[in-house]
Design a protein around this ligand. Structure first.
Ligand code: ZN
Length: 195
């Protein structure tokens, strides 16, 4: 009798955890881990989908230029990828296998988008990150081209095409931001914050 009740409540807990919504559970796990690590907020797939469907958070500023202006400022390859939603060939980009410290800014407008600390080796041949620098530097849009449903990522300041985001990343948020090197420019941050 003495050991029966703990066993009963243990079983009940197991049943309730198993029965609970998996997404809600992982979200709570993530929140708990986040508090444990003292980290700031991080983006999850649920939030990415909400942004893609209902609109991303407003950016701090906007940069808008004419098509001719962008053409004059970018190389042909950069223009094709950032302004015409192109994709560079896998394993050909400058930052594909680079893991030096720094930040990655938008090639078009210079807005800082990703920190090198969030960069990881995805094996895809494109620079991959687990999180953006802040929640409002990247814009999320549903992309139904090529018979697939994907979430396109763009610079939220100037609408440059960056790549796509997928829910199979290794970080706490479980995200993989798959970008083109041609959409980014790495900037040295040194020991002090540059901004
Ligand atoms: Zn930009």
């Amino acid at each position: 009798m003495k050991y029966r009740w703990p066993l009963f409540w243990g079983l009940m807990l197991l049943i309730s955890v198993t029965a609970s919504c998996q997404t809600e559970k992982s979200r709570k796990d993530n929140q708990a881990m986040e508090q444990e690590m003292g980290k700031g907020e991080f983006l999850t797939w649920g939030e990415v989908m909400r942004y893609a469907r209902k609109g991303s958070p407003p950016p701090d500023r906007r940069v808008e230029k004419s098509d001719a202006e962008w053409r004059s400022l970018l190389t042909e390859e950069e223009y094709r990828i950032t302004r015409q939603k192109g994709t560079e060939r896998a394993f050909t980009g400058a930052y594909c296998e680079s893991f030096v410290p720094g930040r990655y800014a938008c090639r078009c407008c210079g807005t800082e988008l990703f920190d090198a600390e969030e960069k990881f080796e995805s094996g895809t041949g494109w620079p991959s990150f687990t999180q953006p620098l802040t929640n409002n530097v990247v814009k999320y849009e549903m992309d139904k081209s090529f018979g697939m449903v994907r979430v396109e990522i763009l610079c939220n300041v100037c609408d440059a095409h960056l790549g796509h985001v997928f829910p199979d990343g290794p970080g706490l948020g479980g995200l993989r931001f798959c970008t083109n090197s041609a959409s980014l420019r790495r900037i040295e941050t040194g020991t002090n914050e540059s901004n």
